[in-house]
Design a protein around this ligand. Structure first.
Ligand code: 5GP
Length: 210
């Protein structure tokens, strides 16, 4: 959004995929390897799953708290997914971008469209596809955190989510996690080098060739 003193301009990296395509694993690995990247922690009205930590995976909030965030304009985007609401708090994102840091978002296609409308030039979006629907089901079942009816619901929604792949800048198939991670890092590297994201170049070139 804004450039900081060092001339770095933060970008917004969105990862979307149907549930179970490996996005959470990819996000964690990416954050471990990219120190300039900050995760946007969403708020949600869905209950925590076993092992999820409040403030790390999500901020788990009530419907009334969600309403008040929407009303006060504190969310950059929000959407209803699987009967619950999910949203991106605005302040931490704006702070990170102003400091020249990049922000990673794990949000669905509805949220991606809203961010695109608000900040197209800062947005880089990647859609992650599973290698097959059979593999997607296997991954959802292995996760064993959701009851069978929830898994069935997620499989039913997966096809609908996948239909939004053409709205993304990049599309990757997550066959091997290491390969997919390397591709995401290559995208991030190239996008950081785009001319408009290096505002310091103007002065640099002026001094180079006055
Ligand atoms: P889950 O319940 O499996 O953690 O997430 C369900 C879906 O909600 C995923 O597709 C995830 O990307 C999406 N999601 C998580 N946080 C947000 C958010 O803040 N905004 C939007 N639009 N989608 C989100």
């Amino acid at each position: 959004m804004r450039a900081n003193g060092t001339g770095r301009r933060g970008l917004m990296l969105v990862l979307s995929s149907p549930s179970g395509a490996g996005k959470t694993t990819l996000s964690r690995a990416l954050l471990a390897e990219e120190p300039e990247l900050t995760m946007s922690v969403s708020v949600t009205t869905r209950p925590p799953r076993p092992g999820e930590v409040d403030g790390r995976d999500y901020r788990f909030i009530t419907d009334a708290e969600f309403d008040s965030l929407v009303q006060s304009g504190a969310l950059l985007e929000w959407a209803r997914v699987f009967g619950h609401r999910y949203g991106t708090p605005r302040a931490p994102v704006e702070r990170a971008l102003a400091q020249g840091r990049d922000v990673l978002f794990d949000i669905d296609w509805q949220g991606t469209q809203q961010l695109k409308a608000a900040a197209r030039d800062d947005l880089v979006s990647i859609f992650i596809l599973p290698p097959s629907m059979g593999e997607l089901r296997r991954r959802l079942e292995c996760r064993a955190q959701d009851p069978p009816d929830v898994i069935a619901g997620r499989m039913a929604r997966a096809a609908a989510e996948i239909s939004h792949w053409p709205e993304y800048d990049y599309v990757l198939v997550n066959d091997r996690v290491e390969d997919c991670l390397a591709d995401i890092r290559a995208i991030l590297k190239a996008e950081r080098l785009r001319r408009p994201r290096q505002p310091g170049l103007v002065d640099f070139v002026r001094a180079l060739a006055p």
